[in-house]
Design a protein around this ligand. Structure first.
Ligand code: AMP
Length: 216
């Protein structure tokens, strides 16, 4: 099975949900650049202070900062069972840097899973999304609500809405995605690594299609 994997897709396509399931089912390490950047911003570290404004505005954090952060997160995981990169790379520059790291270490990517999701679906998904402030579990107000309103089923933590999950910021993030990240579909297709999964209303169907695609 392919186990060094990138998840590619627009905000709201379900990358995080699929990555978390792959981690739980196969023991691969889920590495989300957005999660680590938000943690830095919340902890008010030196990097966090520099990235905060980009996160709030739905703009891409500059490549050098992201690469520094992700190199530190990814390289220690290269000997683990496998990894799933979620939200990284997002630019051609990042993709080329990642290829260089992995090729140098003789551990190239196995596959890039592209979650194909129409824009009409994304808005509903993102604006209804709630995240546990404590453990990061993701819910949706309509399609996947918690048993007790506002509380995480896993740890009882408080559910919050990400600051960049509003409609205005989402539209910006979608523009940025189309301009900077979508071209990576062609980049990885040319490498013969692209695997496409179409989204569906039932997350279970999407997950099963993803596992099947990674097994082929
Ligand atoms: P995400 O959680 O993947 O939706 O990312 C949230 C935000 O973090 C994005 O809107 C960007 O501001 C920033 N971000 C995450 N990953 C990257 C990346 N690879 N390159 C640049 N900015 C990023």
């Amino acid at each position: 099975m392919k186990r060094r994997v990138i998840l590619l897709g627009p905000p709201g396509s379900g990358k995080g949900t699929i990555a978390a399931r792959l981690q739980a089912d196969f023991g691969w390490k889920h590495i989300s650049s957005g999660y680590h950047l938000r943690r830095e911003a919340e902890a008010k570290t030196a990097v966090g202070e520099r990235v905060k404004v980009f996160l709030e505005n739905g703009e891409l954090v500059p490549d050098e900062l992201v690469l520094e952060l992700m190199e530190g997160r990814l390289l220690p995981e290269l000997d683990s069972q496998g990894f799933i990169l979620d939200g990284f790379p997002r630019t051609r520059y990042q993709a080329e840097a990642l290829d260089q790291w992995l090729n140098r270490l003789g551990k190239p990517l196995d596959a890039v899973l592209f979650i194909n999701c129409p824009e009409s679906v994304l808005l509903d998904r993102i604006t209804g999304r709630r995240v546990c402030a404590n453990c990061g579990t993701v819910y949706h107000m309509r399609s996947n609500p918690p048993s007790v309103s506002g509380r995480c089923d896993v740890c009882g933590g408080e559910l919050t809405q990400r600051e960049d999950d509003t409609e205005i910021v989402l539209r910006k993030r979608l523009d940025v995605y189309a301009r900077e990240t979508e071209p990576l579909v062609a980049y990885y297709r040319a490498q013969g690594k692209l695997v496409v999964v179409n989204t569906a209303s039932d997350p279970e169907i999407v997950y099963r299609a993803a596992v099947k695609a990674l097994n082929e």
